[in-house]
Write a protein that binds this ligand. Structure first.
Ligand SMILES: [Mn+2]
Length: 498
């Protein structure tokens, strides 16, 4: 959905879920400001029995001057927009409206269309709003209260930024100019005494696997941030290396994962625990995730969530391989030669982006990579918009360069940040088409257990492959080792005929 498709409406009500949290208020306020700037008649409301009473929320609304209204009934507006929730769901009072739009990041099975923007891989609805506004050229930094509200929304939905999953979440943190002192004040008015008790009870009832040094703790329904706090605390126990804290929500389970050992990336474990039934991710030490209840039941029937988690952790620990590209592969016997299918990709000359020698960061779906612009370094833009660096001589061997612009649209547009001015630049502007030369080949094998690959490029983390993905190395550089997702591989390579 493009936000401007809603510009044709004049009487607009933005509705947050009942008992709104920081993310709902941050999202609602930003969207409210957008329509205000268009001269619309707009209101920001929530329904339900409860009036907001958490002290951090009251502070947020008061200090940022957010015009939130608690309503019992509503004159049907021309357009109702639900934010951080979806019309007709249990957590949002249903009001009549002539038209309804939705902006959300919860996974209910509904997908985006011209009246809905639903992105469940994004950790906060505030991030989704930030992206919608950015696409309209609306400068969220023009008003510090808007930037601060969006930031606080993301901050609270990502356990104080520790469980961010998507590069867009990180872009937003980098770009927003906020009132940090205020965020600090909100943070110290975060929990109620009752929540302190909930945390205490959860910690007393821990489950523990002493061989793996893993603890799994179920908490009563609570603010998701409590989970992270319990996790951080539990991880300080001398005999615990990894902790998983979870609670039940109306539509699923919210998880918080913590790890203090390098062999277990909290983000990978969160992804693994939620694979196929939700989504998860974050950082190596702190991560979060969500399991959709319907999908869980569909796949695991009547298995209890605790036993699922313990079983899944076992699977994760069972084995994964580690590959250090700089050291090469010890055994290449099972690799087969594959041919790249003719396909048009994008490429960018790093010297088109910045002057030679400029240090910059490329942000991709797989993580950040640090580079220096050089006539010899190109960036490739792959099938799903994934970006990776390639040396010019290797590029020339594999692809046919053109000066034609590469105009493909991606879900996440890869961006680069120049360290000199800390500004972000879209690389798509500089992207040109290239077609892979027939006969370009690589060696690959499908992996049957998880693998962690430390590539020869300086990523801030390892690449993580799951069974089904392909471990590859290029025919002319045995140290150029990397992973390709099964889905991408099947669409872009075929077995070479002998
Ligand atoms: Mn939210």
């Amino acid at each position: 959905m493009k936000l401007s498709t809603l510009d044709k409406f004049n009487e607009i009500v933005i509705q947050m879920h009942d008992n709104p949290d920081a993310d709902a208020v941050g999202s609602g306020y930003a969207i409210y400001k957008y329509f205000k700037s268009k001269g619309k008649n707009v209101r920001l409301v929530y329904g339900g029995k409860m009036k907001i009473k958490k002290s951090n929320m009251l502070l947020m609304i008061e200090e940022l001057g957010i015009p939130v209204e608690h309503v019992k009934e509503l004159e049907p507006p021309e357009l109702l927009i639900t934010v951080d929730c979806q019309y007709g769901e249990g957590n949002v009072q249903q009001f009549e409206a002539k038209d309804v739009a939705m902006i959300d990041h919860h996974n209910t099975g509904r997908v985006s269309d011209e009246m809905a923007e639903i992105r469940s891989h994004i950790v906060s609805c505030s991030t989704v709003c930030y992206d919608l506004l950015r696409n309209e050229g609306f400068d969220v930094n023009e008003d510090i209260t808007v930037a601060t509200a969006l930031y606080y929304g993301l901050f609270m939905d990502s356990n104080e930024l520790s469980e961010m999953r998507h590069p867009l979440d990180r872009d937003m943190v980098d770009e927003l100019v906020i009132n940090r002192a205020l965020i600090n004040r909100f943070t110290h008015a975060n929990f109620t005494l009752q929540e302190l008790e909930t945390a205490g009870i959860a910690m007393v009832r821990y489950n523990y696997d002493e061989n793996k040094r893993v603890s799994i703790i179920r908490s009563k329904p609570c603010d998701p941030n409590i989970l992270g706090i319990i996790g951080d605390f539990v991880l300080q126990v001398d005999s615990i290396d990894v902790s998983i804290i979870f609670n039940e929500t109306p539509d699923g389970y919210k998880l918080s994962v913590r790890s203090c050992v390098i062999e277990v990336g909290a983000n990978d474990l969160a992804e693994f625990l939620t694979e196929g039934i939700g989504n998860g991710g974050g950082h190596l030490d702190k991560a979060g995730g969500f399991i959709n209840k319907n999908k869980f039941i569909e796949k695991y029937d009547d298995q209890g969530i605790e036993s699922y988690l313990f079983g899944r952790v076992d699977e994760y620990y069972e084995s994964y391989d580690i590959v250090y590209a700089k050291m090469g592969l010890s055994d290449c016997s099972e690799f087969e030669e594959y041919e790249k299918l003719p396909y048009t990709y994008g490429y960018v000359r790093t010297t088109d982006l910045f002057e030679v020698g400029t240090e910059f960061r490329v942000r991709t779906l797989e993580g950040d990579v640090y580079l220096r612009s050089d006539e010899d370094i190109y960036l490739m833009i792959g099938y799903f918009g994934e970006v990776y660096a390639i040396e010019r001589h290797n590029f020339k061997k594999k692809y046919q360069e053109s000066e034609e612009p590469f105009l493909k649209k991606f879900d996440y547009e890869p961006s680069v940040m120049n360290f000199a001015d800390s500004k972000m630049y879209s690389i798509m502007k500089y992207a040109k088409k290239c077609v892979c030369e027939a006969g370009t080949s690589i060696f690959a094998k499908q992996v049957n257990k998880p693998v962690k690959v430390f590539t020869k490029w300086e990523y801030d983390r390892y690449m993580y492959g799951v069974p089904g993905d392909y471990l590859c190395y290029s025919a002319d550089d045995k140290n150029d080792i990397y992973l390709i997702k099964e889905e991408v591989f099947n669409k872009t390579y075929k077995l070479k005929e002998k």
